[in-house]
Ligand binder design. Sequence first.
Ligand SMILES: Cc1ncc(COP(=O)(O)O)c(C=O)c1O
Length: 339
Amino acid sequence: MAPYSPPSSGREGKLRLDFNENTLGCSPRVLAALIEKLSQEQLSIYPEYEATRRALSGFFQVPENRFAFTNGTDEAIQVLVHTYVGEGDEVLVLHPSYAMYRFYAEVAGARVRGIPYRSGDLSFPLEELIAGVTPATRAVLISNPNNPTGTAIGIGAVVRILEAAPAAAVLIDEAYYDFYGVTALGLIDRYPNLFVSRTFSKAHGLAALRAGVLFSREENVAYLRKSQSPYSVNTVAAIAVRAAVEDREYLENYVRQALEARTLLYEGFQRRGIRYWQSQGNFVLFEAGARSVEIRDALRARGVLVRDRSYELRGTVRVTAGTPEQVARFFAALDEVWP
Ligand SMILES: Cc1ncc(COP(=O)(O)O)c(C=O)c1O
């Protein structure tokens, strides 16, 4: 296996447009709740999740027996793969997409097949994916919207995949749901092979704490929870998530700013004649040509972090849509380094 080592040091204090995090930070109510609730005793007790599970059930409007509370989406992927994929089984992923699908499938000893996004518009290769499903396919792992392309599929396409792969666990990873607004959660009643994940790392601004949720039918969730460590989410994260879901206003306000920033990124790229792809997430992929790594490094030297993606899509760089003011800072720095 190739190791997965994201470049993640020395980021604090810089304009972080490289990981699609919340660029303003989490709701202040989260910090207030942590200060109020954390104590020496609390930290000495193994985590208890009842109150958080009730809050999650209310927030997502899903009964408690239909989800697992996980240590980020990463643990959701890991638990799903552990539960349904054995050595030598086939797993379908798309390319390029979130690296951890392939990572956990390879750890499980699966045969991983990557279906490429369509060249040019980077649209979802629906017919190619459906044609790629075989009786040995045990899991299909999809990011919707997809990172890093930003492209997304609608519910009709999700249904076609679910129906084409009835013997596979189909994960729809909705890490960027808040910026897209289309969810497969409503299909869980009809499709026993559907799994949907959400995260608190992006719009909610809690990436440091590692919290996510994995939804499916109750019989599936019972299986998932058998292969999950009973204390995988720590108490600090559990308290933080409870406070985060109570502050919808903060979330909605941030999402509004990020969407405005995304439009400003489009306009700025257009004005400069830089090719970019329309995105349904809080990020935009653009073409920087042969100098993509050089441009990333020059931006970093000016305190602006972006993510080079040229190792999987030639000449591309991904920039997070934070706030309109941050977009202005990004373009000011880009104008100093652009060819
Ligand atoms: C598609 C997708 N899923 C999941 C994650 C990470 O989720 P978490 O922090 O919840 O593990 C990312 C982060 O980049 C992502 O792009």
